[in-house]
Design a protein around this ligand. Structure first.
Ligand SMILES: C[S@@+](CC[C@H](N)C(=O)[O-])C[C@H]1O[C@@H](n2cnc3c(N)ncnc32)[C@H](O)[C@@H]1O
Length: 352
């Protein structure tokens, strides 16, 4: 057999063959999960206006930087580190002399993001990754020996890594447990929440968290049988809604399913209560002149941020706040569909 010359490039290694029929495992299904090896696939997917599986594209980075104006020496906190896109852009601007504390409630993705940012050259002198809920922002700062921050960013909701991984149970695109916990070691999964709640309580969750017009009907459907997978929950709502409301279009049924999943996720992670806690703690966590930017993805969140900033402005806590919500450009929305529902608001802490 001819020998390979010693300086030849290593032979191309095939991806392990998919061993079964159905369902296909997440890590075998998408080449883009290994972007180093499949860079051209990743480029093709991005050019088509889709987000590669497992890759989070940070939203409105330029707009966020304009609001936060990070400068060398600033102390910054990213309350929702996610894949580290916003954090990286801020870190590049607060050096030399500045630092960023990255918080995320997710213990599974946090070490990966920390490793990426370390590999990109951000050492412990300027970057710390900490697992925690931003509801405890003041305590997280105290634990780092920081009294207040010059910059705070929160980019709410879930990351593409969380959404695209069926094992996390956020999406019905793959088969996965009906879980939806951002921190899988705390609280109850969505399946347990549905089982514990009455029809009326569940309907209230769907109505209050996602303005779902068919809340009572969907609550009844979800309670008909124990549900353990995301796909079972999707099917129950789709089939039940189509049967009970034959005039509904497929697109409207799809919207109701999306709102149902959103409402359940908000309830499982207590998202409104933790956002309220963050908004309450911001005035004492920001330095005089400090800037905060918050990106929200639905009206329930945006309303809370708007009200808290406006109330702070009236009380003199903030010297300036966003008059209008900032939206992603058309070009960004085309390149990243998740940007289409994003709304950015900002505020500046008064100098007392
Ligand atoms: C939209 S992603 C953030 C993406 C990030 N800005 C980036 O550029 O990659 C939202 C992240 O916030 C985290 N998260 C959501 N709620 C949280 C909370 N209450 N406390 C801390 N992290 C939270 C999620 O686990 C997720 O990783």
């Amino acid at each position: 057999m001819p020998k390979k010359p010693p300086d030849a490039a290593p032979a191309h290694k095939r991806r392990p063959r998919y061993p079964g029929t159905n369902p296909r495992a997440f890590h075998l299904k998408y080449k883009e999960l290994n972007p180093g090896q499949y860079a051209s696939e990743v480029r093709k997917i991005l050019a088509s206006g889709k987000t590669p599986a497992g890759m989070h594209l940070p939203i409105m980075v330029d707009e966020v930087l304009r609001c936060l104006a990070p400068a060398a020496g600033d102390v910054a906190v990213d309350c929702t580190l996610g894949g580290g896109g916003h954090a990286r852009a801020i870190l590049e601007r607060v050096r030399p002399g500045g630092r960023l504390i990255g918080l995320d409630v997710d213990p599974l993705e946090l070490p990966r993001t920390e490793a990426h940012l370390r590999a990109a050259g951000f050492g412990p002198e300027c970057f710390a990754a900490r697992q925690g809920n931003f509801a405890g922002l003041a305590q997280a700062l105290a634990a780092e020996g920081v009294t207040s921050a010059d910059i705070v960013i929160a980019d709410l909701g879930v990351s593409s890594m969380q959404l695209d991984n069926p094992d996390r149970g956020f999406s019905y695109k793959g088969v996965g447990p009906l879980d939806m916990r951002m921190n899988p070691s705390r609280g109850e999964p969505a399946s347990a929440l549905i089982a514990r709640m009455s029809d009326a309580q569940l309907a209230r969750v769907l109505d209050e968290n996602a303005d779902e017009p068919h809340a009572l009907l969907i609550a009844g459907l979800l309670k008909q049988q124990p549900l353990t997978t995301t796909q079972a929950a999707e099917r129950v709502v789709r089939v039940g809604l189509t049967g009970a409301r034959p005039a509904m279009s497929k697109a409207d049924v799809k919207m109701s399913i999306r709102r149902t999943f959103q409402a359940l996720r908000i309830a499982v992670n207590d998202e409104f209560a933790v956002l309220d806690a963050l908004l309450r703690s911001l005035p004492r966590c920001l330095s005089p002149g400090g800037r905060v930017a918050i990106i929200t993805f639905h009206s329930g969140e945006d309303r809370r941020v708007k009200k808290a900033f406006q109330a702070g402005y009236r009380e003199g806590v903030y010297s300036d706040v966003a008059d209008e919500v900032i939206r992603a450009t058309k070009a960004e929305t085309f390149a990243n569909r998740r940007a289409s529902s994003a709304k950015l608001r900002w505020a500046v802490r008064a100098r007392d």
